[in-house]
Ligand binder design. Structure first.
Ligand code: ADP
Ligand code: MG
Length: 332
């Protein structure tokens, strides 16, 4: 199983940030509203992720570290729905095969916590008692210690951490109801506090995108025929200097890089400001999930809108109006 898991790891685990992605997604799946991410040496030395989610019962810990063990696919229909994501139920087993991984957890129904670890060629799982509040901690030490070829491909500590920082930024911008705390080498780097009111949301976007972004941003909010667009937008400067390279769009809560959305945004700038440059933005499009296919290509973050024309024109119109309203300020 070690080799099989390591081969599977080749698909899932490219670098520390991919480990963090899988683990944090598990925390979100577990219903956590606070996730602490601790990283040392860009994640190569340590990745420790703690959540306050539902936890894993003792008798499921071993299963959680086994390949193809997922508690999330109940029916064949479910499986078909997520088939294109590949590697489902393999993340923990894969990561565990290329690191020293411990999984510690306590569900609310259990008075004590347990810790599991898979070791050796057979990846035998041992379980021992541990101290832990309700929730789960996954600790990943020495990533790729036993796959030196992969370890060699790790970039500098700074670069690897930048990937992690960017990943958490994207997640934090997609889930305002969850607190994310990110530490590197013992120092707090980002604290995204859960936010519900507008002021708190602005502060959080300031943490993600910088104070300058949020100070210059106009807020957008518009609804039409079941389409809702909301978020923040910083127009490009009329003198041609580009807005900061912050461009995040979410469709029904999922981060997307979509041609249609990008086109509508650029077109709005051309029509409202006469510049070819794209603005910086954090934008959320919400629509009936039946109007959009999001599994077209999970890795590319592309979507397909059933009524592409309608969506495009809605975005164009809302953003054009928003940008026109700031035109005098931009022209200075
Ligand atoms: P998948 O997420 O595709 O099910 P993983 O290998 O990522 O596969 O996780 C295996 C299983 O371990 C999950 O299905 C879930 O039951 C359990 N699990 C992993 N992480 C957590 C967590 N943070 N909280 C609760 N359960 C978890
Ligand atoms: Mg998972």
């Amino acid at each position: 199983p070690l080799l099989a898991n390591q081969i599977a790891a080749g698909e899932v685990v490219e670098r520390p940030a991919s480990v963090v992605k899988e683990l944090v997604e598990n925390c979100l799946d577990a219903g956590a509203d606070r996730i602490d991410i601790e990283v040392e040496k860009g994640g190569a030395k340590l990745i420790r992720i703690r959540d306050n989610g539902v936890g894993i019962p003792k008798d499921e810990l071993i299963l959680a570290l086994s390949r193809h063990a997922t508690s999330k696919v109940a029916t064949l229909a479910d499986l078909e729905g997520i088939a294109s994501l590949g590697f489902r139920g393999e993340a923990l087993a894969s990561i565990s095969s290329v690191s020293r991984l411990t999984l510690t957890s306590r569900p609310a129904t259990q008075p004590e916590a347990w810790q599991a670890q898979a070791e050796g060629r057979d990846m035998a799982v041992t379980v021992r008692p541990a101290a832990h509040p309700v929730g789960t901690t996954v600790e990943v030490l020495d990533l790729f210690f036993n796959t030196p070829a992969r370890r060699k491909f790790l970039r500098s500590e700074k670069t690897e951490f930048a990937h992690i920082d960017e990943l958490i930024r994207r997640l934090a911008l997609s889930r305002f109801d969850v607190t994310f705390v990110l530490r590197h080498n013992g120092k707090p780097v980002r604290q995204y506090r859960a936010a519900s009111d507008p002021a708190a949301c602005n502060r959080r976007v300031g943490v993600a995108c910088g104070e300058r972004f949020i100070q210059q941003a106009l807020t957008v909010r518009s609804e039409h025929q079941g389409l809702l667009l909301h978020g923040w937008l910083v127009p490009p400067k009329a003198d041609g200097s580009p807005a900061p390279e912050l461009q995040y769009s979410y469709v029904n809560g999922r981060m997307m890089r979509d041609k249609l959305i990008n086109h509508a945004i650029r077109q709005a700038c051309v029509e409202a400001l006469g510049v070819e440059l794209a603005p910086a933005y954090v934008l959320y499009l919400e629509l009936d999930p039946r109007q959009v296919d999001v599994n077209v290509h999970p890795a590319k973050h592309e979507v397909r809108f059933h009524e592409a024309r309608l969506v495009h024109d809605f975005l164009l119109q809302v953003l054009r109006e928003a940008l026109r309203s700031v035109r005098p300020g931009v022209a200075e």
